[in-house]
Design a protein around this ligand. Structure first.
Ligand SMILES: CC(C)(COP(=O)(O)OP(=O)(O)OC[C@H]1O[C@@H](n2cnc3c(N)ncnc32)[C@H](O)[C@@H]1OP(=O)(O)O)[C@@H](O)C(=O)NCCC(=O)NCCS
Length: 170
């Protein structure tokens, strides 16, 4: 399988924040943003693997900035590393100033998707070839995040999490 670049899976979704999607402070409801990010990440995973893909885990979400009613929100997702059957997707969320159009980073998240066949069995995906410095940085840290996610899910013994041990013990 040919290795693919992050730009081949890059998915950009822009939409408004409507009244039905807000909390009592008139800011975007967290669950609505999670759903938007999941959709963009799912399309990214599909573009990378050209397979059916399912969300295996939400590894990290940081709601750093509230997103007010009426905002124009852009969710940008791209595969940051591919393993055997799973893919890490990095998602950046931007809001756009109404008058200047200037973009501000509001939130980010990291999801794991798995490519599956018609019976739901995990199936292999192409490798990822990062190009830019940021893509290389995200690629390098992804194995550590995968191991942490597997440890938290009870699927990997902490003693087998080599990358995590190196982080804390070296
Ligand atoms: C995700 C799913 C396919 C994994 O199946 P599984 O039997 O655990 O398969 P495996 O153990 O072979 O894992 C498959 C890959 O997922 C990775 N994985 C599984 N759980 C993970 C987690 N919590 N965090 C990170 N990676 C995970 C494994 O490390 C493996 O990666 P690799 O092949 O790239 O090394 C299966 O659990 C599933 O179908 N879950 C439901 C998905 C779904 O419906 N999502 C929507 C929720 S509403």
């Amino acid at each position: 399988m040919r290795a693919k670049t992050p730009s081949e899976s890059r998915t950009v979704m822009t939409d408004l924040v409507l009244p039905s999607e807000t909390n009592p402070l008139n800011n975007l409801f967290g669950g609505e943003l999670l759903a938007r990010m999941d959709r963009a990440a799912s399309i990214s995973a599909r573009r990378h693997s050209r397979r059916i893909t399912v969300t295996a885990s939400v590894n990290h979400v940081a709601f750093n900035r509230a997103v007010p009613l009426g905002s124009v929100v852009t969710v940008e997702a791209a595969v940051s590393r591919a393993f055997k059957t799973s893919m890490e997707i990095f998602i950046d969320v931007w809001i756009e100033d109404r008058f200047t159009g200037e973009r501000t980073k509001a939130n980010e998240a990291i999801y794991t998707f798995v490519a599956v066949d018609d019976t739901g069995k995990p199936t292999e995906v192409p490798e990822l070839a990062p190009e830019t410095d940021l893509e290389k940085e995200r690629f390098a840290a992804a194995l550590r995040r995968k191991q942490l996610s597997l440890v938290l899910a009870g699927k990997l013994k902490p003693s087998d999490a080599t990358e995590l041990k190196a982080l804390f013990l070296d």
